[in-house]
Design a protein around this ligand. Structure first.
Ligand SMILES: *[C@@H]1O[C@H](CO)[C@@H](O)[C@H](O)[C@H]1NC(C)=O
Ligand SMILES: *[C@@H]1O[C@H](CO)[C@@H](O)[C@H](O)[C@H]1NC(C)=O
Ligand SMILES: *[C@@H]1O[C@H](CO)[C@@H](O)[C@H](O)[C@H]1NC(C)=O
Ligand SMILES: *[C@@H]1O[C@H](CO)[C@@H](O)[C@H](O)[C@H]1NC(C)=O
Length: 467
């Protein structure tokens, strides 16, 4: 599907371009669709029609909040979203807060199509999309704009640099379309330079992707909070950002939210926060997906207060760039590589031995392990050990049961509590990936501060539910 899309976009380009380096949009993609009967456009039209897009419930964010502290909503698909205002006047669009990627993109124009973005149980009629036509500040990112090099290789850019200024439409004037491939799914579109409204301030010339086609993405777009120049905090010049993730119990419950803060001052009362240094993985290639990850030094893992026995080098990044630990708001359940998962699961079994039986039926059904049979009668108190992560610099997470276990209920099988941690394949492809990804489920009811100036990440347990 992706090559076909690229074809369509390239065909669309000449219609949008004008002679300025950063031309103003004069035609909207959907306009082309309406006036053309050629095949690629019909194809796009069909995709648009596939606005059977029943994406997960996204609240109707009517107003652009103050980002001194904006509500951050939990969703059943796993992510947390907040609202950003794009354009002049600002159009509020909900975006997923993702520290594991750096590009910010939003669903764009009425041509936006999102396949496999739905959940049968929760249809949503309308994905909030951005309309460039309604903004007076929108510009297409020019090919000669230095920011275009954030997305494309030198070879690609050379083709437009060598272009004489008076050439015809054969010559690329615009930064070529982007295609971003995520762990699951992808998105594609064109790059815009647009005013971003952060509520308490506006930022001009913010580079944002205008996606016209996505596969398996959240409703709304993604705000990239990873490291690097493309990242939202870097583009708006924020020295820090933080979030407080409300409990998953409030998934898609109207009005229940945690918070996100972009910018703000270094509080003197960093008291209560425990910090660990941000690391750069020295073996990661610049420009690779992993180059934007927030690496930290995990020193040990504990179960029920006891240190899990693992080889020391397991936690150290390897020479091929794999291994190491990252903190990620865009991953739901914490990921451990096969060896670590083995050790942690064994430690839980040992700590629980005799008190609960394992439920292999539930383990098979959910893909999680270990799962323990529990009583489904109301008022049952779970006595399960806590999972702990100790980081360099003294930061530690002592995760309570609700941050570690999910309850699986099935009338036929009974109830089970499953460790909300996923393990890697034992002989899986050794793709360059971290050994530990600290996911959002484990970060519930923690304030997590990314201090970009002093390159450190701080944690503090606290109730995140807005009142
Ligand atoms: C869009 O959907 C309508 C109703 O389902 C159908 O009549 C129409 O032919 C579709 N258009 C395209 C381009 O698929
Ligand atoms: C572009 O400008 C150059 C020099 O000014 C001229 O020789 C050439 O014919 C022009 N080309 C087009 C396509 O107008
Ligand atoms: C934004 O871009 C425009 C046009 O390129 C430029 O004139 C303006 O100075 C830029 N604004 C900022 C704040 O960089
Ligand atoms: C575990 O399973 C055994 C055999 O089915 C049963 O006798 C025992 O009571 C169970 N233990 C608990 C704690 O449920």
């Amino acid at each position: 599907m992706a090559p076909l899309l690229l074809f369509s976009l390239l065909i669309l380009f000449p219609f949008c371009s004008s002679s300025d380096e950063t031309p103003k949009i004069t035609l909207q993609l959907n306009h082309v669709k309406l006036t053309s009967h050629r095949d690629p456009f019909h194809y796009l039209a069909t995709l648009v029609n596939a606005s059977l897009l029943r994406a997960r419930h996204i609240r109707n964010h009517q107003t652009t909040p103050k980002l001194s502290e904006a509500p951050l909503y939990p969703h059943a698909y796993g992510g947390y979203s907040f609202s950003l205002g794009f354009g002049t006047p600002p159009q509020p669009i909900p975006v997923l807060l993702d520290t594991g990627s750096d590009v910010t993109w939003i669903p764009c124009t009425s041509s936006y199509s999102c396949r496999k973005c739905s959940s049968p149980s929760n249809p949503i009629p309308k994905i909030p999309t951005f309309f460039p036509k309604r903004s007076s500040s929108v510009r297409l990112l020019g090919c000669k704009n230095p920011k275009c090099s954030w997305f494309h290789s030198q070879d690609t850019l050379d083709s437009c640099r060598d272009c004489p200024s008076n050439s015809s439409t054969q010559c690329p004037k615009l930064c070529p379309p982007y295609i971003i491939i995520y762990g699951s799914g992808s998105t594609a579109g064109i790059l815009l330079s647009e005013t971003l409204d952060l509520g308490d301030r506006t930022v001009e010339n913010f580079t944002v992707g205008c996606s016209v086609y996505s596969i398996a993405q959240p409703a709304g777009g993604i705000a990239g909070f990873g490291r690097g120049v493309v990242s939202l905090p870097a583009q708006v010049g924020a020295k820090r950002f933080s979030y407080c993730l409300v409990s998953r119990r409030f998934d898609d419950v109207d009005g229940k939210a945690g918070s996100v803060v972009i910018g703000g001052e270094q509080e003197d009362s960093a008291a209560g926060l425990s910090f660990t240094p941000m690391r750069k993985n020295p073996n990661i290639k610049p420009g690779s997906a992993a180059s934007v990850y927030y690496y930290v030094d995990l020193k040990k893992i504990t179960v029920g207060g006891k240190k899990v026995k693992i080889k020391k080098k397991t936690l150290v990044p390897k020479e091929d760039g794999s291994g190491g630990t990252i903190v990620d708001s865009g991953t739901t359940f914490t990921y451990l590589d096969a060896a670590l998962m083995e050790a942690v699961a064994a430690a839980f079994e040992k700590a629980v031995a005799g008190r609960y039986n394992r439920s292999e039926i539930v383990e098979t059904a959910t893909g999680l392990r270990p799962c323990f049979e529990i009583s489904s009668s109301p008022g049952t108190v779970l006595e399960l050990p806590e999972l702990g992560f100790d980081f360099k610099g003294g930061a530690e997470l002592r995760l309570p049961v609700e941050n570690c276990f999910v309850i699986a209920n099935d009338p036929a099988v009974g109830s089970a509590a499953c460790l909300a941690v996923i393990g890697g394949e034992k002989d899986g492809e050794s793709a360059v990936e971290p050994a530990v990804i600290l996911g959002s489920f484990q970060q519930q009811n923690y304030e997590v501060v990314y201090d970009l100036e002093r390159e450190r990440i701080g944690f503090q347990r606290k109730p995140c539910l807005n009142s």
